[in-house]
Design a protein around this ligand. Structure first.
Ligand SMILES: [Zn+2]
Length: 598
């Protein structure tokens, strides 16, 4: 279907008029990095506030220059991945960037090693205010840093240690084939079958996934045990008190805040049960099995042309705050979006923040579905956030993971409300709403249940030693059952489904950040409904602040206390309201089908 997005291509000339300009800039960036090293290496501790601020300004300018070259090469490649020249340019810039980074690394290390008292003195200086949070964060790591030779050894041995096992895990799963209906499927293919409308296909896919995993259970369990033991050892060496502490530090949240989040979510597991009970009724099943969780409910059939999507999204942002509406308009008018479907283009969607001296760019593959409209809203949320936080400079523009999805999910909510208001067909409305709740349940509850599983295995490995496969299976079933509360029957085959989840192996502790971000937005959105325009003004200030302060300080300005479980309950209440709305719509839809049948 033609959507009108066929000719929507971005204009990268805002970054460089041509490749010669990029090459000149890159060479200059490299030379500046070398000069920076010569001037400042092993001198950071001796700088006064004025001189440190000057060093940081130079550092920012170099990062901006190199980042601009990198952005151009990456975006240029992203729309033509099959063109070897684009690939070669990206590789060349990557290598140059790595080369330059080697000359710049010392700055953060030397600053982190500065005695706390001296650092505090410097941080109080007005001239360092634009860099304060960045500097503060580096200092936070200080108690957990080892000596330079120790750090070097750890970094070098990691490549053949934990990183090697992570790669083994990826390659093992990548090479695995799952036998279904006489066909051999990859992991991604067999997982995709869990969304099939045909129940028997889903059931067979679930069994095939388990059969495949079981053949490699020894290796998978071994990798898990290694990752757990490696983390325990490194945490001990670095003086972290719990398995999650280093992750919380990177997320810029306290253990207390994360505990408040986990407690609030686990206390509302009954919402999961209520949602799946509704899903069971809509599917017309006597019992809902684990392989029914992703069964589609109806199919929202409405299609949106590019122009319709643009109008919808732009007006939603504009109604929230005219300034956001104007920024969104710029993305369309000044060709910062690439939406066309083109052979060789990267799949999926992203908003690339580029560098503060430029502006963000958005990549989409627009086909006109309702999901695509929501993706446009999502990426524009990232886009306006990146656009507004540029003023914080390259060192403080970005937020930690816990806040990274705030603007995108908020933007999606704004547009979802419009879409719902515009859709008159009850079955379509129900399909949209069930899809939305499905996503929300996966982001909030599923991730927290997985965090509970992670907590069990990390603690058990530290207190009991190496764990047998059955221990993982038992912890998995226990933490999953707790969430479903009997609403979904988990078959025997489901015991092994912890073993393919990459987050557990790649980034221990990662998963709760999804729940954090989603609930934060739901609670902020509830606040917006109550407060209206005064909220919008303060929300804009939050976006402008980027990563210039701690998340609890930034959202604290919106009257939110992250340590307070009642705050998290506001987000959960918003999910409950969505479920109630779906239940009411279901009555309507089921009522009319029953009437037709009669
Ligand atoms: Zn996102």
């Amino acid at each position: 279907m033609m959507t009108g997005a066929e000719h929507v291509r971005w204009d990268l000339r805002d970054l460089y008029p041509d490749e010669t300009a990029l090459q000149q800039d890159l060479a200059q960036g490299l030379a500046q990095a070398e000069a920076f090293y010569a001037r400042y290496h092993s001198k950071i501790a001796s700088l006064d506030a004025e001189a440190l601020a000057e060093a940081l300004r130079q550092y920012e300018a170099i990062l901006d220059r190199l980042g601009r070259a990198y952005t151009y090469a990456y975006l240029n490649w992203a729309t033509q991945t099959e063109d070897p020249a684009c690939g070669a340019l990206l590789q060349q810039v990557r290598e140059a960037y790595a080369q330059a980074t080697k000359h710049l690394l010392f700055l953060e290390l030397e600053w982190a090693q500065l005695e706390a008292e001296r650092a505090q003195e410097l941080l109080a200086a007005e001239v360092l205010r634009p860099f304060r949070h960045y500097l503060e964060l580096q200092q936070r790591l200080r108690p957990h840093l080892l000596s330079e030779p120790e750090e070097k050894i750890l970094a070098e041995k990691r490549v053949t240690g934990r990183d090697a096992w992570v790669r083994f895990f990826d390659e093992l799963l990548g090479a695995m084939r799952f036998s279904l209906d006489g066909q051999l499927l990859t992991e991604q293919e067999v997982l995709a079958k869990l969304y099939d409308p045909d129940r028997e296909v889903r059931r067979q896919a679930a069994l095939a996934l388990t059969e495949g995993l079981k053949t490699r259970l020894r290796e998978l369990t071994y990798v898990f045990n290694i990752v757990l033991a490696d983390k325990a050892a490194e945490d001990r060496l670095r003086g972290y008190r719990s398995w999650i502490e280093s992750r919380n530090l990177a997320n810029e949240v306290s253990d207390e805040m994360v505990e408040a989040l986990i407690q609030a979510v686990t206390e509302r597991y009954e919402l999961v049960a209520r949602f799946y009970e509704l899903k069971r009724r809509l599917l017309g099943y006597a019992e809902l099995y684990d392989y029914d969780r992703y069964a589609p409910i109806g199919q929202a059939s409405t299609r949106y042309s590019w122009e319709e999507a643009r109008q919808l999204v732009q007006s939603a942002y504009d109604a929230f705050h005219p300034r956001l509406g104007r920024i969104v308009a710029e993305f369309f008018e000044r060709r910062w979006i690439d939406a066309a479907l083109v052979p060789g283009k990267r799949s999926g969607a992203f908003s690339h923040g580029a560098v503060p001296s430029a502006h963000p760019y958005i990549l989409l593959n627009y086909t006109g579905t309702i999901r695509d409209v929501q993706t446009l809203a999502h990426e524009l949320g990232h886009g306006v956030h990146q656009y507004l936080s540029r003023k914080q400079g390259v060192l403080q523009a970005d937020t930690p993971l816990t806040m990274a999805e705030t603007a995108s999910v908020f933007g999606e909510m704004l547009v979802f409300e419009r879409l719902m208001a515009a859709e008159t067909d009850a079955a379509n409305r129900l399909a949209m709403l069930m899809g939305k709740i499905d996503d929300t349940i996966a982001t909030v509850f599923r991730q927290v249940a997985m965090n509970r599983f992670e907590d069990r295995i990390h603690v058990a490995r530290r207190t009991q030693g190496e764990l047998p496969p059955e221990a993982f299976c038992a912890y998995w079933m226990e933490t999953q059952q707790a969430m479903f509360q009997g609403s979904v029957t988990l078959g025997e085959h489901y015991r092994y489904w912890w073993s393919y989840i990459p987050h557990f192996v790649h980034t221990p502790g990662y998963v709760y950040a999804y729940a954090f971000g989603e609930l934060l937005v739901l609670a902020l959105f509830a606040r917006y409904r109550e407060e209206g325009d005064t909220f919008a003004e303060r929300y804009l200030a939050l976006l402008e602040a980027g990563g210039s302060d701690w998340p609890h300080v930034l959202v604290g300005r919106l009257g939110v206390d992250l340590k307070d479980t009642t705050f998290w309950h506001q987000g959960l209440t918003a999910i409950e309201a969505l479920i109630e709305q779906a239940e009411a719509l279901a009555e309507q839809v089921l009522g009319s089908t029953n009437a037709q049948a009669a």
